[in-house]
Design a protein around this ligand. Structure first.
Ligand code: ADP
Ligand code: MG
Length: 352
């Protein structure tokens, strides 16, 4: 008789726990809204707002991001493609204040990165087939085509911004803001939320995000994707106001004759940057974090500390092709790895 009685007691206990659980107030959760923009799934997380305000906030963020996508698209007809057509003809073109600010920011970050982040490489990106909504399938461009592009040496140094007038000393400059405009638009979205009086939110576009405030009594928790498998590789806690951006070789690529060719190009070689799998940076501004993740990806395992110092980036994690994981001391303090930890962790000061 002992068996069934124990079983009955157990069942009673379970019912009691469930009843108690039902009585206690459920832990509040963040409201999440998803939509498609900037070529990816965007998730807006909001804490402590009612349905009506959540709807209002979602509409505001959605309209800011889709306006950015329309205006600064690199190959579908946009304000940016009009600028590019003028630059190719050697003409001067007028842009509005927002575009001027974005171009000035792109230029300054490009110079600070020593041209590793170079949004003047639109022609090269097109040559590799990445100016397409579908994943390109190859083949890679010929050596001759790459050599011809390299001979033109387009640098943002040669982009002139005279008030709202834009021109270029080098007609080979074609602007592609694929590594900057997403961050810029996320900053605009966060500014709009703040202006609406929303203090606790995340705007996350395909894993690149800016978070403000917190998740109730605790910080926001952010997952960082494993560069080779579907899971989460590490996590971070974010409070206050911070952006977390990752550039990876898994986002857009094609395989040709067994080799992977991805979309982050080294302007010095004209080839996909070879030694990095992914780079994650934390910085207050999403626009800076976006450009910096790309610049440090191109810089690679040897050069990234100097490039990070030049761009004022203190929180970096770089996963190399050989799976060595490099961290700045500030990032090492923040990041929590999922078990198993990376085999080889190397902590390096940003300035060297
Ligand atoms: P994603 O936004 O896909 O996570 P990035 O922010 O690194 O990745 O942006 C990659 C995009 O930026 C490419 O698709 C291309 O349009 C552009 N790009 C590629 N290489 C560079 C570079 N060295 N500097 C600036 N922009 C680049
Ligand atoms: Mg980027």
């Amino acid at each position: 008789m002992r068996g069934p009685r124990r079983w009955r007691d157990g069942l009673l206990l379970l019912v009691l726990i469930l009843a108690l659980g039902g009585c206690s107030p459920a832990e509040p959760v963040a409201q999440k809204r998803q939509f498609f923009s900037l070529g990816t799934v965007v998730e807006l997380s909001l804490w402590d707002v009612d349905e009506a305000r959540a709807g209002e906030a979602t509409r505001a963020v959605e309209s800011i991001l889709s306006a950015a996508q329309r205006r600064w698209h690199a190959w579908e007809p946009s304000e940016l493609t009009e600028v590019n057509e003028a630059l190719a003809r050697g003409e001067t073109v007028r842009v509005d204040e927002e575009t001027r600010r974005l171009l000035a920011s792109a230029r300054a970050l490009s110079l600070a990165s020593g041209d590793r982040f170079n949004p003047g490489i639109g022609r090269l990106v097109a040559l590799w087939g990445f100016h397409a909504s579908e994943q390109p399938t190859g083949p890679p461009p010929s050596q001759e085509a790459i050599a011809a592009w390299l001979a033109d040496q387009p640098s943002m140094r040669q982009l002139r911004l005279d008030g709202n007038r834009v021109s270029a000393e080098n007609p080979a400059i074609q602007l592609d803001l694929g590594a900057h405009a997403k961050g810029y638009a996320i900053d605009q979205a966060i500014e709009a939320l703040t202006a609406m009086g929303i203090g606790n939110a995340i705007v996350n576009a395909g894993g690149d995000l800016r978070a403000i405030g917190q998740h109730g009594a605790r910080p926001w928790r952010i997952g960082i994707r494993d560069p080779r498998s579907p899971g989460v590789f590490a996590s971070l806690e974010v409070t206050g106001d911070e952006s977390v951006f990752t550039s990876g070789d898994y986002e857009r690529f094609f395989t040709w004759e067994g080799k992977r060719f991805h979309h982050i190009l080294d302007p010095r070689t004209g080839m996909p940057a070879g030694d990095t799998r992914s780079v994650t940076v934390i910085h207050p501004s999403a626009a800076v974090a976006d450009a910096a993740a790309t610049a440090l990806f191109v810089a690679g395992p040897e050069d990234w500390p100097a490039t990070a110092a030049g761009m004022g980036i203190t929180h970096v994690m770089l996963i190399a092709q050989d799976m060595r994981t490099y961290l700045t001391p500030a990032m090492a303090e923040r990041i929590r790895f999922e078990a198993p930890e990376p085999a080889e962790l190397i902590v390096v000061e940003a300035a060297r």
